[in-house]
Design a protein around this ligand. Structure first.
Ligand SMILES: Nc1ncnc2c1ncn2[C@@H]1O[C@H](COP(=O)(O)OP(=O)(O)OP(=O)(O)O)[C@@H](O)[C@H]1O
Length: 415
Protein backbone atom coordinates (compact mmCIF):
# COMPACT_ATOMS: atom_id res chain seq x y z
CA UNK A 1 0.00 0.00 0.00
CA UNK A 2 1.26 3.51 -0.70
CA UNK A 3 2.03 5.83 2.18
CA UNK A 4 -1.16 6.87 3.94
CA UNK A 5 -1.48 9.94 6.10
CA UNK A 6 -2.64 9.53 9.72
CA UNK A 7 -6.32 10.35 10.11
CA UNK A 8 -7.59 12.61 12.90
CA UNK A 9 -11.02 11.59 14.14
CA UNK A 10 -13.25 12.34 17.13
CA UNK A 11 -15.32 10.23 19.45
CA UNK A 12 -17.52 12.13 21.92
CA UNK A 13 -15.10 15.08 22.07
CA UNK A 14 -12.09 12.79 22.47
CA UNK A 15 -9.32 13.25 19.90
CA UNK A 16 -8.19 10.04 18.25
CA UNK A 17 -5.47 9.43 15.65
CA UNK A 18 -5.70 6.49 13.24
CA UNK A 19 -2.49 5.42 11.52
CA UNK A 20 -1.24 2.54 9.42
CA UNK A 21 2.50 1.93 9.54
CA UNK A 22 3.86 -1.20 7.83
CA UNK A 23 1.60 -3.98 9.09
CA UNK A 24 0.30 -2.21 12.18
CA UNK A 25 -2.94 -0.33 12.43
CA UNK A 26 -2.93 1.99 15.42
CA UNK A 27 -5.73 3.82 17.22
CA UNK A 28 -4.20 6.47 19.48
CA UNK A 29 -6.54 8.02 22.05
CA UNK A 30 -4.94 11.09 23.69
CA UNK A 31 -1.57 9.83 22.35
CA UNK A 32 -1.92 6.34 23.90
CA UNK A 33 -1.95 3.85 20.98
CA UNK A 34 -3.84 0.56 20.73
CA UNK A 35 -2.05 -1.51 18.11
CA UNK A 36 -3.93 -3.98 15.86
CA UNK A 37 -2.20 -6.13 13.19
CA UNK A 38 -3.58 -4.92 9.86
CA UNK A 39 -4.66 -8.51 8.96
CA UNK A 40 -7.18 -8.27 11.83
CA UNK A 41 -8.81 -5.18 10.32
CA UNK A 42 -11.79 -6.65 8.53
CA UNK A 43 -13.22 -3.51 7.03
CA UNK A 44 -12.84 0.29 7.06
CA UNK A 45 -15.81 2.17 5.61
CA UNK A 46 -17.08 5.72 5.43
CA UNK A 47 -20.80 6.17 6.03
CA UNK A 48 -22.35 9.49 5.05
CA UNK A 49 -24.94 10.64 7.61
CA UNK A 50 -28.36 11.35 6.15
CA UNK A 51 -29.22 15.02 5.42
CA UNK A 52 -25.82 16.24 6.67
CA UNK A 53 -22.43 16.74 5.08
CA UNK A 54 -20.72 14.83 7.87
CA UNK A 55 -19.77 11.15 7.85
CA UNK A 56 -18.61 8.38 10.14
CA UNK A 57 -15.54 6.20 9.75
CA UNK A 58 -16.44 2.66 10.80
CA UNK A 59 -13.69 0.14 11.52
CA UNK A 60 -14.51 -3.53 12.09
CA UNK A 61 -11.60 -5.37 13.65
CA UNK A 62 -10.71 -8.53 15.54
CA UNK A 63 -9.17 -7.53 18.85
CA UNK A 64 -8.11 -9.32 22.01
CA UNK A 65 -5.08 -10.95 23.61
CA UNK A 66 -6.08 -14.57 24.25
CA UNK A 67 -9.43 -14.60 22.49
CA UNK A 68 -10.20 -12.50 19.43
CA UNK A 69 -13.55 -10.70 19.39
CA UNK A 70 -15.17 -8.61 16.71
CA UNK A 71 -15.24 -4.93 17.70
CA UNK A 72 -16.65 -2.02 15.77
CA UNK A 73 -15.08 1.46 16.18
CA UNK A 74 -17.14 4.45 15.08
CA UNK A 75 -15.55 7.90 14.69
CA UNK A 76 -16.30 11.19 12.98
CA UNK A 77 -13.38 12.33 10.80
CA UNK A 78 -12.02 15.88 11.04
CA UNK A 79 -11.22 15.90 7.30
CA UNK A 80 -13.72 13.92 5.19
CA UNK A 81 -11.56 14.07 2.06
CA UNK A 82 -8.64 12.48 3.87
CA UNK A 83 -10.99 9.88 5.35
CA UNK A 84 -12.01 8.93 1.79
CA UNK A 85 -8.40 8.03 1.02
CA UNK A 86 -8.54 5.58 3.94
CA UNK A 87 -11.53 3.73 2.63
CA UNK A 88 -10.99 3.54 -1.12
CA UNK A 89 -8.19 2.34 -3.37
CA UNK A 90 -6.78 4.46 -6.12
CA UNK A 91 -5.25 2.51 -8.99
CA UNK A 92 -3.02 3.23 -11.95
CA UNK A 93 -4.27 1.10 -14.83
CA UNK A 94 -2.34 0.32 -18.03
CA UNK A 95 -4.30 -1.14 -20.93
CA UNK A 96 -2.34 -2.47 -23.90
CA UNK A 97 -4.58 -2.30 -27.02
CA UNK A 98 -2.02 -4.49 -28.79
CA UNK A 99 -2.14 -7.39 -26.28
CA UNK A 100 -3.28 -10.79 -27.48
CA UNK A 101 -5.96 -10.42 -30.13
CA UNK A 102 -6.51 -6.74 -29.29
CA UNK A 103 -9.34 -7.12 -26.77
CA UNK A 104 -7.76 -5.58 -23.64
CA UNK A 105 -9.98 -2.47 -23.65
CA UNK A 106 -13.08 -4.64 -24.03
CA UNK A 107 -11.89 -6.94 -21.20
CA UNK A 108 -11.43 -3.90 -18.95
CA UNK A 109 -14.75 -2.23 -19.79
CA UNK A 110 -16.88 -5.38 -19.64
CA UNK A 111 -15.27 -7.41 -16.87
CA UNK A 112 -12.98 -5.31 -14.69
CA UNK A 113 -14.45 -1.81 -14.57
CA UNK A 114 -17.77 -3.00 -13.05
CA UNK A 115 -15.85 -4.77 -10.26
CA UNK A 116 -13.62 -1.75 -9.58
CA UNK A 117 -16.66 0.56 -9.58
CA UNK A 118 -18.63 -1.72 -7.27
CA UNK A 119 -15.66 -1.80 -4.88
CA UNK A 120 -15.53 2.01 -4.89
CA UNK A 121 -12.03 2.07 -6.43
CA UNK A 122 -10.92 5.05 -8.42
CA UNK A 123 -8.39 4.74 -11.21
CA UNK A 124 -6.35 6.57 -13.83
CA UNK A 125 -6.13 4.74 -17.13
CA UNK A 126 -3.32 4.90 -19.67
CA UNK A 127 -3.92 3.14 -22.98
CA UNK A 128 -0.36 2.41 -24.06
CA UNK A 129 0.62 4.11 -27.28
CA UNK A 130 3.98 2.55 -28.04
CA UNK A 131 6.36 -0.17 -26.84
CA UNK A 132 7.80 0.89 -23.45
CA UNK A 133 5.13 3.55 -22.85
CA UNK A 134 4.24 1.90 -19.51
CA UNK A 135 7.94 1.61 -18.58
CA UNK A 136 8.56 5.31 -19.28
CA UNK A 137 5.57 6.35 -17.16
CA UNK A 138 6.56 4.05 -14.28
CA UNK A 139 10.06 5.54 -14.19
CA UNK A 140 8.84 8.97 -13.21
CA UNK A 141 5.20 8.87 -12.07
CA UNK A 142 4.45 10.07 -8.52
CA UNK A 143 3.28 6.85 -6.86
CA UNK A 144 1.99 8.42 -3.65
CA UNK A 145 -1.63 8.68 -4.83
CA UNK A 146 -1.76 5.02 -5.85
CA UNK A 147 -2.43 1.84 -3.89
CA UNK A 148 -1.58 -0.50 -6.75
CA UNK A 149 -0.57 -0.62 -10.41
CA UNK A 150 -2.71 -2.78 -12.71
CA UNK A 151 -1.78 -4.13 -16.13
CA UNK A 152 -4.65 -5.17 -18.41
CA UNK A 153 -2.39 -6.94 -20.84
CA UNK A 154 -0.13 -9.92 -21.37
CA UNK A 155 3.20 -10.36 -19.64
CA UNK A 156 4.78 -7.59 -21.74
CA UNK A 157 3.20 -4.69 -19.85
CA UNK A 158 4.03 -6.32 -16.50
CA UNK A 159 7.64 -6.57 -17.74
CA UNK A 160 7.52 -2.86 -18.60
CA UNK A 161 6.01 -1.92 -15.21
CA UNK A 162 8.74 -3.84 -13.35
CA UNK A 163 11.48 -2.38 -15.53
CA UNK A 164 10.11 1.13 -14.99
CA UNK A 165 9.92 0.65 -11.22
CA UNK A 166 13.42 -0.79 -10.94
CA UNK A 167 14.99 2.05 -12.91
CA UNK A 168 13.40 4.84 -10.86
CA UNK A 169 15.75 7.28 -9.20
CA UNK A 170 14.27 6.44 -5.82
CA UNK A 171 13.80 2.74 -5.14
CA UNK A 172 11.67 3.40 -2.04
CA UNK A 173 8.50 3.03 -4.08
CA UNK A 174 9.20 -0.28 -5.78
CA UNK A 175 7.12 -2.43 -3.44
CA UNK A 176 3.80 -1.02 -4.65
CA UNK A 177 1.59 -4.04 -5.48
CA UNK A 178 1.18 -4.92 -9.15
CA UNK A 179 -2.12 -6.41 -10.31
CA UNK A 180 -2.34 -8.62 -13.38
CA UNK A 181 -5.52 -8.75 -15.51
CA UNK A 182 -4.99 -11.24 -18.35
CA UNK A 183 -5.61 -9.90 -21.84
CA UNK A 184 -2.54 -11.15 -23.73
CA UNK A 185 -1.54 -14.28 -25.61
CA UNK A 186 0.43 -16.21 -22.97
CA UNK A 187 -0.52 -14.47 -19.68
CA UNK A 188 2.00 -16.65 -17.85
CA UNK A 189 2.23 -14.56 -14.70
CA UNK A 190 -1.52 -14.46 -14.38
CA UNK A 191 -1.68 -18.24 -14.79
CA UNK A 192 0.99 -18.57 -12.06
CA UNK A 193 -1.01 -16.32 -9.75
CA UNK A 194 -4.31 -18.11 -10.41
CA UNK A 195 -6.12 -15.07 -11.71
CA UNK A 196 -7.59 -12.39 -9.53
CA UNK A 197 -7.79 -14.79 -6.60
CA UNK A 198 -4.48 -13.52 -5.24
CA UNK A 199 -5.12 -10.17 -3.57
CA UNK A 200 -2.27 -9.71 -1.11
CA UNK A 201 1.23 -8.64 -2.09
CA UNK A 202 3.59 -11.58 -2.64
CA UNK A 203 7.29 -10.95 -3.04
CA UNK A 204 8.78 -12.27 -6.26
CA UNK A 205 12.38 -12.43 -7.50
CA UNK A 206 13.30 -10.37 -10.51
CA UNK A 207 16.26 -11.26 -12.79
CA UNK A 208 18.65 -8.52 -13.69
CA UNK A 209 19.90 -8.97 -17.26
CA UNK A 210 22.95 -7.41 -18.86
CA UNK A 211 23.44 -7.47 -22.60
CA UNK A 212 26.38 -5.52 -23.99
CA UNK A 213 26.10 -2.22 -22.18
CA UNK A 214 22.37 -2.54 -21.65
CA UNK A 215 20.77 -3.66 -18.43
CA UNK A 216 17.15 -4.60 -17.84
CA UNK A 217 14.96 -6.79 -15.64
CA UNK A 218 13.04 -10.00 -16.19
CA UNK A 219 10.41 -11.40 -13.84
CA UNK A 220 9.50 -14.54 -15.74
CA UNK A 221 11.78 -16.35 -18.18
CA UNK A 222 14.83 -16.19 -20.41
CA UNK A 223 14.66 -18.34 -23.50
CA UNK A 224 16.90 -19.27 -26.42
CA UNK A 225 16.12 -21.73 -29.22
CA UNK A 226 12.85 -23.33 -30.27
CA UNK A 227 10.69 -21.74 -27.57
CA UNK A 228 11.97 -18.20 -28.27
CA UNK A 229 11.33 -18.83 -31.96
CA UNK A 230 7.78 -19.93 -31.40
CA UNK A 231 7.03 -16.83 -29.36
CA UNK A 232 8.84 -13.98 -31.11
CA UNK A 233 8.96 -15.63 -34.55
CA UNK A 234 5.16 -15.78 -34.72
CA UNK A 235 4.29 -12.13 -34.02
CA UNK A 236 2.73 -11.98 -37.51
CA UNK A 237 0.21 -14.63 -36.41
CA UNK A 238 -1.13 -12.65 -33.42
CA UNK A 239 -4.70 -12.94 -34.70
CA UNK A 240 -4.52 -16.66 -33.81
CA UNK A 241 -4.04 -15.95 -30.07
CA UNK A 242 -2.11 -18.66 -28.17
CA UNK A 243 -2.39 -21.09 -31.12
CA UNK A 244 0.49 -19.24 -32.81
CA UNK A 245 2.94 -20.80 -30.32
CA UNK A 246 1.99 -24.32 -31.44
CA UNK A 247 2.48 -23.45 -35.11
CA UNK A 248 5.89 -21.88 -34.29
CA UNK A 249 7.02 -24.96 -32.34
CA UNK A 250 6.01 -27.39 -35.07
CA UNK A 251 7.77 -25.29 -37.72
CA UNK A 252 11.04 -25.07 -35.75
CA UNK A 253 11.07 -28.79 -34.97
CA UNK A 254 10.25 -29.92 -38.51
CA UNK A 255 13.01 -27.67 -39.84
CA UNK A 256 15.35 -29.26 -37.25
CA UNK A 257 17.05 -25.97 -36.46
CA UNK A 258 20.45 -26.04 -34.78
CA UNK A 259 21.17 -23.37 -32.17
CA UNK A 260 24.62 -24.16 -30.69
CA UNK A 261 25.30 -22.78 -27.24
CA UNK A 262 27.75 -21.83 -24.55
CA UNK A 263 26.05 -21.62 -21.24
CA UNK A 264 27.94 -20.51 -18.13
CA UNK A 265 26.18 -20.81 -14.81
CA UNK A 266 26.82 -20.67 -11.12
CA UNK A 267 25.11 -23.75 -9.80
CA UNK A 268 23.45 -23.45 -6.40
CA UNK A 269 25.38 -25.53 -3.87
CA UNK A 270 22.48 -26.47 -1.69
CA UNK A 271 19.09 -25.62 -3.11
CA UNK A 272 17.39 -27.16 -0.13
CA UNK A 273 19.06 -24.85 2.36
CA UNK A 274 18.47 -21.78 0.23
CA UNK A 275 14.79 -22.64 -0.11
CA UNK A 276 14.37 -23.28 3.63
CA UNK A 277 16.14 -20.08 4.40
CA UNK A 278 13.88 -18.23 2.00
CA UNK A 279 10.77 -19.63 3.65
CA UNK A 280 12.07 -18.46 7.00
CA UNK A 281 12.70 -14.98 5.65
CA UNK A 282 9.29 -14.90 3.98
CA UNK A 283 7.58 -15.47 7.29
CA UNK A 284 9.67 -13.21 9.45
CA UNK A 285 10.73 -10.32 7.26
CA UNK A 286 8.79 -7.13 6.85
CA UNK A 287 6.90 -7.74 3.61
CA UNK A 288 7.30 -4.15 2.58
CA UNK A 289 11.06 -3.92 3.05
CA UNK A 290 12.75 -1.94 0.32
CA UNK A 291 15.75 -3.10 -1.73
CA UNK A 292 18.69 -0.76 -1.16
CA UNK A 293 20.00 -1.29 -4.68
CA UNK A 294 19.47 -3.45 -7.76
CA UNK A 295 23.19 -4.06 -8.36
CA UNK A 296 24.38 -7.32 -9.94
CA UNK A 297 26.18 -9.57 -7.48
CA UNK A 298 28.05 -11.45 -10.24
CA UNK A 299 29.09 -8.50 -12.42
CA UNK A 300 27.89 -8.13 -16.01
CA UNK A 301 27.99 -10.13 -19.22
CA UNK A 302 31.12 -8.20 -20.19
CA UNK A 303 33.15 -9.56 -17.23
CA UNK A 304 35.24 -12.76 -17.54
CA UNK A 305 33.43 -15.95 -16.48
CA UNK A 306 34.41 -16.69 -12.84
CA UNK A 307 36.47 -19.89 -12.20
CA UNK A 308 33.84 -21.64 -10.12
CA UNK A 309 31.13 -21.53 -12.80
CA UNK A 310 29.93 -24.53 -14.80
CA UNK A 311 30.12 -24.16 -18.58
CA UNK A 312 28.05 -26.14 -21.07
CA UNK A 313 29.04 -26.12 -24.74
CA UNK A 314 26.40 -28.08 -26.59
CA UNK A 315 24.31 -27.84 -29.68
CA UNK A 316 20.94 -27.14 -28.14
CA UNK A 317 17.41 -26.91 -29.38
CA UNK A 318 16.27 -24.89 -26.36
CA UNK A 319 17.65 -23.15 -23.30
CA UNK A 320 14.96 -21.97 -20.98
CA UNK A 321 15.61 -20.16 -17.71
CA UNK A 322 12.68 -19.22 -15.54
CA UNK A 323 11.41 -17.74 -12.30
CA UNK A 324 7.77 -18.88 -12.56
CA UNK A 325 6.32 -22.36 -13.05
CA UNK A 326 4.05 -21.62 -15.99
CA UNK A 327 5.44 -19.78 -18.98
CA UNK A 328 2.15 -19.82 -20.86
CA UNK A 329 -1.17 -21.61 -20.99
CA UNK A 330 -0.51 -25.36 -20.91
CA UNK A 331 3.27 -24.97 -20.51
CA UNK A 332 4.86 -25.71 -17.17
CA UNK A 333 8.61 -26.21 -17.51
CA UNK A 334 9.51 -25.23 -13.92
CA UNK A 335 7.46 -27.36 -11.63
CA UNK A 336 9.71 -26.44 -8.67
CA UNK A 337 9.88 -22.66 -9.12
CA UNK A 338 9.24 -20.58 -6.01
CA UNK A 339 8.41 -16.86 -5.95
CA UNK A 340 11.47 -15.78 -4.01
CA UNK A 341 14.01 -18.60 -3.57
CA UNK A 342 16.83 -16.63 -5.17
CA UNK A 343 17.28 -19.30 -7.89
CA UNK A 344 16.72 -19.47 -11.63
CA UNK A 345 15.41 -22.84 -12.82
CA UNK A 346 16.91 -24.06 -16.07
CA UNK A 347 15.85 -26.45 -18.84
CA UNK A 348 18.50 -27.30 -21.47
CA UNK A 349 17.39 -29.52 -24.37
CA UNK A 350 20.54 -30.85 -26.14
CA UNK A 351 20.02 -31.33 -29.87
CA UNK A 352 22.30 -34.40 -30.12
CA UNK A 353 20.27 -36.09 -27.37
CA UNK A 354 16.91 -35.13 -28.80
CA UNK A 355 15.65 -36.51 -32.10
CA UNK A 356 12.90 -34.59 -33.88
CA UNK A 357 10.34 -37.08 -32.61
CA UNK A 358 11.72 -36.68 -29.08
CA UNK A 359 11.62 -32.88 -29.46
CA UNK A 360 7.92 -33.13 -30.14
CA UNK A 361 7.43 -35.39 -27.10
CA UNK A 362 9.51 -32.96 -25.04
CA UNK A 363 7.19 -30.11 -26.02
CA UNK A 364 4.16 -32.15 -24.93
CA UNK A 365 5.87 -33.17 -21.69
CA UNK A 366 6.41 -29.49 -20.90
CA UNK A 367 2.63 -29.23 -20.90
CA UNK A 368 2.27 -31.72 -18.07
CA UNK A 369 5.50 -31.39 -16.12
CA UNK A 370 6.36 -35.00 -17.14
CA UNK A 371 9.83 -34.02 -18.33
CA UNK A 372 10.76 -34.29 -14.66
CA UNK A 373 11.05 -38.04 -14.16
CA UNK A 374 9.74 -40.04 -11.21
CA UNK A 375 9.96 -43.65 -10.05
CA UNK A 376 7.51 -46.12 -11.58
CA UNK A 377 5.23 -46.60 -8.59
CA UNK A 378 4.74 -45.62 -4.98
CA UNK A 379 2.43 -43.44 -2.86
CA UNK A 380 1.69 -39.79 -2.82
CA UNK A 381 -0.30 -38.43 0.08
CA UNK A 382 -1.98 -35.06 -0.09
CA UNK A 383 -3.21 -33.94 3.34
CA UNK A 384 -3.20 -37.62 4.29
CA UNK A 385 -5.29 -38.64 1.25
CA UNK A 386 -3.97 -41.11 -1.32
CA UNK A 387 -3.34 -39.17 -4.50
CA UNK A 388 -2.38 -40.46 -7.96
CA UNK A 389 1.25 -41.42 -8.35
CA UNK A 390 2.16 -38.79 -10.91
CA UNK A 391 4.34 -35.67 -11.00
CA UNK A 392 2.90 -32.86 -8.95
CA UNK A 393 3.84 -29.38 -7.94
CA UNK A 394 3.63 -27.77 -4.54
CA UNK A 395 3.42 -24.02 -4.84
CA UNK A 396 2.96 -21.29 -2.26
CA UNK A 397 0.12 -18.95 -3.12
CA UNK A 398 1.03 -16.40 -0.54
CA UNK A 399 -1.72 -15.45 1.92
CA UNK A 400 -4.50 -16.64 -0.38
CA UNK A 401 -6.72 -17.95 2.41
CA UNK A 402 -7.42 -16.18 5.70
CA UNK A 403 -7.63 -18.39 8.76
CA UNK A 404 -8.37 -16.65 12.03
CA UNK A 405 -5.51 -17.50 14.37
CA UNK A 406 -4.49 -16.43 17.83
CA UNK A 407 -1.58 -14.25 16.80
CA UNK A 408 -1.11 -14.75 13.07
CA UNK A 409 1.41 -17.60 13.43
CA UNK A 410 1.29 -21.38 13.69
CA UNK A 411 1.87 -22.28 17.30
CA UNK A 412 4.99 -24.12 18.55
CA UNK A 413 7.14 -23.47 15.45
CA UNK A 414 10.11 -21.14 15.00
CA UNK A 415 9.21 -19.76 11.59
N1 LIG B 1 0.22 0.72 -28.49
C1 LIG B 1 1.08 -0.28 -28.71
N2 LIG B 1 1.37 -0.67 -29.98
C2 LIG B 1 2.19 -1.70 -30.22
N3 LIG B 1 2.81 -2.42 -29.26
C3 LIG B 1 2.53 -2.09 -27.98
C4 LIG B 1 1.67 -1.01 -27.63
N4 LIG B 1 1.61 -0.91 -26.29
C5 LIG B 1 2.41 -1.89 -25.80
N5 LIG B 1 2.96 -2.60 -26.80
C6 LIG B 1 3.83 -3.80 -26.74
O1 LIG B 1 3.01 -4.93 -27.05
C7 LIG B 1 3.76 -6.09 -26.74
C8 LIG B 1 2.88 -7.26 -26.39
O2 LIG B 1 2.09 -6.96 -25.26
P1 LIG B 1 1.55 -7.99 -24.17
O3 LIG B 1 2.65 -8.76 -23.56
O4 LIG B 1 0.67 -7.18 -23.29
O5 LIG B 1 0.66 -8.99 -25.04
P2 LIG B 1 0.97 -10.45 -25.61
O6 LIG B 1 2.34 -10.52 -26.17
O7 LIG B 1 -0.18 -10.79 -26.49
O8 LIG B 1 0.83 -11.36 -24.31
P3 LIG B 1 1.89 -12.35 -23.59
O9 LIG B 1 3.12 -11.55 -23.33
O10 LIG B 1 1.20 -12.74 -22.32
O11 LIG B 1 2.10 -13.48 -24.53
C9 LIG B 1 4.69 -5.66 -25.61
O12 LIG B 1 6.02 -5.82 -26.08
C10 LIG B 1 4.39 -4.18 -25.41
O13 LIG B 1 5.57 -3.45 -25.14
Amino acid sequence: MSEIQPLQVKSENTNVTLSLIDDNFSIAIHGKPISIPSRNILDISLKTLESTTSANVIINALVGVKKLCLKSFNYSPVDIELATSWTKSHLKVFINPFSGTGKATKVFNNEIKPIFDAAGCTYDITITKYINNARDIMQTIDLKPYDAIVGVSGDGIIHEIINGLLTRENLNDVTIPIGVIPAGSGNALNICLHGEAVCVPMKIDVCSITQGDKRFFSFMSQTYGVIADCDLGTENLRCLGGFRFIIGALKAIIEGRSYGCELAMKVAESNKEIIRDTYRKEYTSNRNSVPMSCDNKYGTVNDPIPDDWTILTDDVSTILGGKVPWIGKGTIPFTYALPSDGLIDLVVARRDKLSRIKSLTFMTELETGNHIKMKENGYISIDGENADFAPFQVEVLSQLINIISIDGKYQYVDI
